[in-house]
Design a protein around this ligand. Structure first.
Ligand code: AMP
Length: 196
């Protein structure tokens, strides 16, 4: 059992594309003094760098499809081995499938770590579409936006139940101003501890 007063340091943000995970991950990371780890940013950077990983994933990103679980496990394990993540991390965009959730548990287990909490940002779908179409990103034309939401519903949304069963889930209303969401996230994290 961890000490009840300890601040959470290994946190997953779960939510559909456009739910505000990136914004909240950055705010929370600053507060907790751990890095925000965005797999989407890492993959987009790999594409921008024309690295072998970038070449492998470029078309999947453009189509709104998921990169395979094995590749993602390698990317995330390498990132979490960096010294800045020794004390913890805020994961934004990983895990996105049940296999990835198991992979994450194994990755953390190898470092004698475990998740403290999974924060779910809930936002109505109409709002998600409006937000996505309002921001200018190459993969955000409407067809791709809808595909990304469909992939989320089918592959990622089941993780909500999974983490609820694990006792790790904290639900937050993501359909509020950024600062109000940040306050709700803080409050949700103060509510309980993880499975360590
Ligand atoms: P994001 O910025 O988190 O919405 O991610 C952008 C894109 O990167 C996604 O639409 C996927 O193509 C890819 N991606 C990011 N994270 C993952 C992941 N955990 N598993 C598979 N693909 C991912």
């Amino acid at each position: 059992m961890g000490a009840a007063a300890e601040r959470p340091s290994c946190v997953v943000l779960l939510g559909a594309p456009g739910s505000g995970k990136g914004t909240q991950a950055a705010l929370l990371a600053g507060e907790l003094g751990v890095p925000a780890v965005s797999t989407g940013d890492m993959l987009r950077q790999a594409v921008a760098d024309s690295s072998p990983l970038g070449g492998q994933v470029e078309r999947l990103l453009a189509a709104g499809e998921l990169v395979d679980d094995r590749t993602m496990a390698r990317v995330v394990e390498e990132r979490l081995q960096q010294p800045d993540a020794a004390r913890g991390f805020i994961l934004d965009g990983y895990p996105r499938t049940r296999v990835q959730a198991d992979d994450l548990e194994a990755i953390l287990g190898r470092r004698s770590r475990c998740l403290d909490a999974v924060v779910r940002l809930a936002v109505p779908e109409a709002e998600l579409i409006a937000r996505a179409l309002g921001r200018k990103r190459a993969d955000d034309d409407e067809k791709v936006v809808r595909r990304r939401l469909e992939v989320y519903r089918r592959r990622t949304a089941p993780l909500v139940e999974y983490y609820r069963e694990q006792g790790l889930l904290r639900e937050v209303d993501g359909h509020q101003p950024v600062e109000a969401v940040a306050a709700s996230v803080r409050q949700a994290l103060a509510e309980g501890n993880g499975w360590c």
